[in-house]
Design a protein around this ligand. Structure first.
Ligand SMILES: [Zn+2]
Length: 63
């Protein structure tokens, strides 16, 4: 894969969720946004998007 992968790990957020999403940055943000609304009852908005984007980290290389 030539692009820089990004990962969101829901285990780092409060709760018992064990979800981890990886992919391109925009994909991960959108997927996690939906998940946060559906599974965590959060509301879409600039603050939530900013929080998700700030929580992204590089996916393990070569995985
Ligand atoms: Zn979650």
């Amino acid at each position: 894969m030539g692009w820089a992968a990004n990962m969101f790990d829901c285990r780092e957020w409060p709760g018992e969720c064990t979800l981890a999403i990886s992919g391109e940055e925009d994909e991960v943000v959108e997927a996690q946004l939906l998940h946060a609304m559906q599974a965590h009852g959060q509301q879409d908005g600039p603050d939530l998007r900013k929080l998700i984007r700030a929580s992204l980290k590089p996916a393990p290389a070569g995985a």
